[in-house]
Write a protein that binds this ligand. Structure first.
Ligand code: DLL
Length: 432
């Protein structure tokens, strides 16, 4: 079923007219309510009157994660905080997270776009949706939750982890839909096999997987092992959370909810728009958001756009499955991690040197992160107890900065290979 026929199947001309009207309104709102944007636009000698249609988008300034950080926590909000009814956050490149705020209307928009995502995957009010995305500051759990309720499906809000309980509820509650990261889906598939369920014990038929990159081969393996149709859903907190784009049952690109978020593709080096259909960095301008409207937000995700109507009859532009980024952000068990966060931790400790290597592996379908770090000569002790104490301290500091568990391996000074150019800080052994 198509949740919103008018918007999801509009012809291109109608869509552009609609987007242009919303864009004009939003540019005027940010110009008058967000000093940061007014200043940026004045520097570029652009005023709200210069933005008439979507074809004027390129005249507007970009926004980056660093801009959000520099205006931490509420500096880019376009309404007084008394209008904000919810906050979420995701990790930034330093200790400070990126904070996003929603008005009541934003929450309603969010439920609408997630309800579309679910409909797009063939999910209906007859379904039982087991939500195994984390609930909390991360947008995955609560985002899918309210969209599922809006759709009218039955929500099972388990949150992430606790595999034993996930299995029990999958069976006892008869969940038909699983919502979690693709790596957790693979892990659950393995747990299901070990548990020895019989045919008919589980009713799962669809999985809506996202929050991290996953390849076509991972899709086949999830579909074969879990017995579901695996659908890719994409989103980011800064834009709204899940609900930005999602695959339909044809699985040929992710439909972007472009009546709310206008996409562009730019060359990440020159920042110029690429040729039609070429790959580059995805940029979004939100046109209906009230709390945190963003102009040309650089996602750092690499993809391309296809404006051909889809066989499902939706006309919403499709983005290709995202597999790469134009920065060094890693996604480990659904959590966004920047190597610079680790660097900050090490620089704050007198016992360690800022020479380190992050090793990411997928063991039994679960991501694991090991931090290999050089220890200052005078702290490198022959006493095992001493080394264990130091290693525990590093682990504790790294874990509180990153929010995931970290294995620590101490090495002697000068063991980690030095590089003459860009330092290589990450060895990602996961084959996606
Ligand atoms: O991951 C929102 C989300 C929750 C999406 C649940 C889907 C399902 P953030 O934590 O802000 O938000 O991380 C956003 O994750 O810029 C991408 O790099 C990556 N990402 C999200 N979905 C996909 C996907 C949520 N389907 C960042 N494929 C984004 C590839 C994805 N990467």
């Amino acid at each position: 079923m198509i949740w919103n026929q008018t918007m999801e199947c509009a012809d291109r001309k109608m869509m552009e007219l609609y987007q242009s009207e919303k864009l004009r309104d939003m540019v005027s709102r940010v110009y008058h309510n967000v000093p940061f944007y007014r200043q940026r636009m004045q520097q570029m000698h652009v005023g709200p009157e210069d933005i008439k249609t979507v074809h004027d988008l390129h005249k507007l300034p970009f926004t980056t994660k660093a801009d959000l950080r520099d205006n931490y926590p509420y500096g880019l909000f376009a309404v007084p905080t008394s209008e904000i009814v919810r906050l979420h956050a995701s990790s930034g490149t330093t200790g400070k997270p990126t904070v996003v705020g929603y008005t009541r209307k934003d929450l309603s928009t969010w439920s609408e776009v997630v309800a579309r995502t679910l409909s797009c995957a063939g999910i209906s009010r007859e379904d039982f949706i087991q939500i195994a995305y984390g609930y909390g500051l991360f947008t995955g759990g609560l985002g899918i939750h309210y969209g599922s309720e809006k759709l009218g499906a039955t929500v099972i809000p388990v949150s992430g982890g606790n595999t034993k309980r996930q299995l029990q509820l999958l069976q006892d509650f008869g969940s038909t839909v699983l919502a979690c990261t693709p790596s957790y889906a693979l892990y659950l598939a393995e747990a299901i096999e070990e548990h020895g369920f019989k045919d008919g014990d589980l009713k799962l038929r669809v999985g809506i997987f996202g929050a991290e990159p996953w390849s076509e081969s991972m899709r086949s393996s999830i579909e074969n092992n879990l017995g579901v149709m695996a659908i890719d859903i994409y989103g980011l907190s800064e834009i709204i959370g899940p609900g930005v784009a999602s695959e339909c049952e044809k699985k040929c690109g992710l439909h972007i909810n472009e009546d709310h978020f206008i996409p562009e593709i730019i060359n990440p080096e020159t920042l110029e728009p690429v040729e039609k259909g070429e790959k580059g960095e995805l940029v979004f301008t939100t046109i209906t958001k009230e709390g945190l409207p963003l102009l040309r937000y650089r996602t750092r995700d690499l993809t391309r756009l296809d404006y051909q109507p889809c066989a499902c009859s939706r006309t919403l532009v499709r983005m290709e499955k995202c597999l790469g980024r134009s920065d060094d952000m890693l996604i480990i068990r659904g959590v966004n991690i920047f190597p610079s966060q680790v660097e900050t931790v090490l620089l704050e400790m007198s016992e360690t040197l800022p020479h380190y290597m992050l090793i990411v592996e997928r063991v039994n379908n679960l991501d694991s992160l090991t931090l290999m770090v050089e220890v200052e000569e005078q702290f490198f002790s022959d006493e095992i107890k001493e080394l264990e104490r130091l290693s525990a301290k590093i682990r504790h500091n790294a874990e509180s900065a990153l929010g995931i568990s970290v294995g620590v391996k101490l090495v002697e000074p000068k063991t980690i290979e030095r590089s003459e150019g860009k330092a290589k800080r990450v060895i990602d052994k996961r084959s996606l």
